[in-house]
Ligand binder design. Structure first.
Ligand code: DGL
Length: 276
C-alpha cells in the first residue's frame, strides 16, 4: 500500500507513559499529526500476560490503521517486548511499525563508556529478557543488572512524583548492592522519564540515566525521511484517545501538549464487539 506524507503517526501505550515519546516526536517532527491512544482501561500492562498484551496491542493497531496512520509506534516497552511481531503481522504493509526497544539498543551498542548497565522496567519487560539478551548479543563484555520495578507505573499514574512517597519507593527498589556499581541506567518503561530527575538525584547525578524518548523520535524521523514520508505542512491537529478517563492522563497530556487538547474516551473493544 502506498503511504502519504499527510497521514498521521499513531502512538499507543497503556497510559501516560507513551506521552513522553509523543512529546519527543512533537519536538523532533513538529509538522506531523499525532493520533495517540492510551489504553487506560487495561493499565498497567506490566503485570498482564503476553496473550493479553498481544490482544490489546493488535486491536489498538487496528484502530490506528482505521484512523489512516502511516506509522504505528508502540510507545510501550512491555507491548514492544511481547507484541511487536503480532502488531507487525496485523499491520502488514499498511503502515510502518516502530517499537521502542530496538532504537535504544542500537544507540547503546556504540557507547564505549558503558561497562555496568542497569535496566529497570515492568515485570513484563524484565521477565521477557529482551533487553538483557539484545544488549549481551551486542556486547558480551557488558555487565547487565536488570530489575523489575512494578510499583513505578501505578505510582506515576496516581500522580505520586517528586514527593516523599515516590522517593521512598525509588529508594526501596534501587538501594540494592548490585546497583552501586552501575555507570548507566536504562529506563525501560516509557512512564519512567516522568521521574527521571528523581532517579538521577537518587544516584547523586553520578549515573547516566538513559530514556528512549529522544532516541525513538530521531529514529522515527530517520525512517520517515528514508521513505520520503516527512509531512511538510503544519496544519493538522493532534488527537488523543483513552479507553477510560483518568485525571492524570488529562493533566500530563496538557503539560506536554500546550494546545487545546480534545480528549476522547473510546471503547474500541465495545465498538468492535470484542470481549475483554
Ligand atoms: N509504559 C509502558 C512500558 O513502557 C507500560 C507500563 C504499564 O502499563 O505497566 O512498559
Amino acid at each position: 500500500m502506498r503511504l502519504s506524507k499527510q497521514q498521521a503517526i499513531g502512538i499507543f501505550d497503556s497510559g501516560v507513559g507513551g506521552l513522553t515519546i509523543a512529546h519527543a516526536i512533537k519536538l523532533a517532527l513538529p509538522n506531523e499529526k499525532i493520533i495517540y491512544f492510551g489504553d487506560t482501561a487495561h493499565l498497567p500492562y506490566g503485570d498482564k500476560s503476553g496473550d493479553a498484551i498481544r490482544y490489546y496491542s493488535r486491536n489498538i493497531a487496528k484502530f490506528l490503521l482505521s484512523q489512516n496512520c502511516k506509522v504505528i509506534l508502540i510507545a510501550c516497552n512491555t507491548a514492544s517486548a511481547h507484541a511487536y511481531e503480532e502488531v507487525k503481522n496485523e499491520v502488514g504493509n499498511k503502515a510502518i511499525v516502530i517499537n521502542v526497544i530496538e532504537p535504544l539498543v542500537d544507540f547503546l551498542k556504540n557507547k564505549q563508556k558503558i561497562n555496568n548497565i542497569g535496566i529497570i522496567g515492568t515485570k513484563g519487560t524484565i521477565e521477557s529478557n529482551v533487553y538483557q539478551n539484545k544488549l549481551k548479543a551486542a556486547n558480551s563484555a557488558l555487565n547487565v543488572i536488570a530489575k523489575a520495578t512494578p510499583m513505578f507505573v501505578p505510582m506515576i499514574e496516581e500522580g505520586f512524583i517528586y514527593d516523599d512517597i515516590s522517593n521512598a519507593i525509588i529508594r526501596a527498589y534501587l538501594s540494592e548492592n548490585d546497583f552501586e556499581k552501575i555507570d548507566s541506567l536504562v529506563l525501560a518503561c516509557t512512564h519512567y522519564p516522568l521521574i527521571k530527575n528523581q532517579i538521577r538525584k537518587f544516584f547523586n547525578f553520578k549515573v547516566n540515566v538513559i530514556d528512549s524518548s529522544q532516541i525513538v523520535a530521531n529514529f522515527t524521523k530517520q525512517i520517515l525521511s528514508e521513505n520520503d514520508l516527512l509531512c511538510q505542512t503544519a496544519d493538522q491537529c493532534n488527537e488523543f484517545y483513552i479507553s477510560d478517563y483518568t485525571k492524570m492522563f488529562e493533566t500530563i497530556a496538557r503539560m506536554f501538549f500546550e494546545e487545546d487538547i480534545q480528549l476522547k474516551k473510546l471503547d474500541i473493544w465495545k465498538e468492535n464487539n470484542l470481549a475483554i
